[in-house]
Design a protein around this ligand. Structure first.
Ligand SMILES: NC(=O)C1=CN([C@@H]2O[C@H](COP(=O)(O)OP(=O)(O)OC[C@H]3O[C@@H](n4cnc5c(N)ncnc54)[C@H](OP(=O)(O)O)[C@@H]3O)[C@@H](O)[C@H]2O)C=CC1
Ligand SMILES: Cc1cn([C@H]2C[C@H](O)[C@@H](COP(=O)(O)OP(=O)(O)O[C@H]3O[C@@H](C)C(=O)[C@@H](O)[C@H]3O)O2)c(=O)[nH]c1=O
Length: 298
């Protein structure tokens, strides 16, 4: 099986290169070799490589910056995703694409299912929804995996931001009224490999259907709970970070103004993923400890 991965230097893309290896030949392309801001180049690239599976891990993910760059975010997350989907259809490839909890407005009191109405409240969320819709309209075989609050030992993410700030300051203020499931990029990549193996079997046997699936850690917390867990785990595992932080003050989102609004509820129900692919994701706090172990070189 030939697998094409975009966004090879991202949190998820980086992990995919390893997780997908047992499935076949992985061609992992970074932005310099596959640029989603130039959607018109994608059909030719895909035709030339003729992959069996395309995993699109490239995205514009700068949530606040997207408010001022919505056109660029929409080109990368919307138009280019649609072009990849049309290219996948042309070569008969399966497209795996990642989306986000930020397609929802966060007003629901319980976890979101895949069929709940979407209503993004920021530019990034709108751009990701545009991608979902373009893929759906393409008619290619596809699976859209909606994930949440991604972290990893490398790249830009909340864990690395907290470790940096926690080494600089004695007190931090962190939002305590936004709820979600921090999800380790490695767990996403491993689950993606399972999903692809199962989907390719289904395609060969004629039982495949395209669709949207939630894919996030088990359990949930708030950004404040996540920050406290990061510091607790880091004190035991990463003494070299030299944490100064003594108090993490829980604050409402209204007390932490940002250019982009974030949903209050980012929780995603996992039943559909379990029913179709038999996947139960690890708990977020266990995944955090494993990720920090990796950072510490354990
Ligand atoms: N991060 C998160 O918290 C969440 C992410 N997601 C989704 O999961 C997927 C993977 O995200 P994640 O790995 O966390 O994101 P990252 O921001 O870690 O990685 C995104 C990658 O996309 C690349 N990229 C950006 N612009 C372009 C472009 N024009 N052409 C090609 N590549 C580009 C970046 O390249 P470079 O390294 O050169 O900057 C980067 O390597 C995305 O679809 C994202 O929307 C969903 C929910 C949460
Ligand atoms: C740095 C910091 C952030 N915060 C808050 C702001 C915000 O509400 C929350 C998280 O902020 P971040 O900017 O790190 O996270 P953000 O970029 O919003 O993360 C999102 O990224 C995109 C790509 C997704 O798809 C989402 O699932 C989600 O992971 O933490 C504090 O309260 N205190 C702080 O010191």
């Amino acid at each position: 099986m030939k697998l094409l991965v975009t966004g090879a230097n991202g949190q998820v893309g980086w992990e995919l290169a390893r997780s997908l290896m047992p499935l076949g030949d992985v061609i992992a392309l970074d932005r310099s070799r596959c640029d989603l801001s130039r959607p018109e180049t994608l059909a030719g690239l895909v035709a030339e490589l003729a992959p069996d599976v395309i995993v699109n891990a490239a995205a514009y993910t700068a949530v606040d910056k997207a408010e001022a760059e919505e056109a660029l975010a929409t080109t990368i997350n919307g138009t280019a995703a649609g072009e990849l989907a049309r290219a996948a259809k042309a070569v008969g490839a399966l497209l795996i694409h990642y989306s986000t909890d930020y397609v929802f407005d966060g007003s629901k009191a319980s976890p979101y299912t895949e069929d709940d109405p979407v209503a993004p409240i920021n530019a990034y969320g709108r751009s990701k929804l545009a991608g979902e819709m373009a893929i759906g309209a393409s008619g290619c075989d596809h699976l859209i995996l909606r994930t949440t609050w991604v972290f990893a030992a490398r790249g830009g993410n909340f864990v690395r931001t907290m470790l940096r700030l926690g080494a600089e300051r004695e007190q931090l203020r962190v939002v305590a009224d936004q709820h979600g499931a921090p999800t380790w990029a490695r767990n996403i990549a491993d689950a993606t490999a399972q999903v692809i193996a199962c989907a390719q079997r289904e395609r060969q046997q004629g039982g495949f259907t395209s669709g949207v699936f939630n894919l996030a850690s088990s359990g949930h917390t708030t950004w404040h709970g996540f920050a406290e867990a990061i510091f607790d785990a880091a004190r035991a595992r990463l003494p070299a970070v030299g944490l100064k932080v003594a108090r993490v003050e829980p604050i409402p989102a209204a007390a932490y103004p940002t250019p982009a609004a974030r949903p209050a509820n980012s929780r995603l129900a996992q039943e559909r993923l379990r029913a179709r692919f038999g996947i139960v994701m690890p708990r977020w706090d266990e995944a955090l400890c494993r990720c920090l172990d990796e950072l510490s070189g354990r």
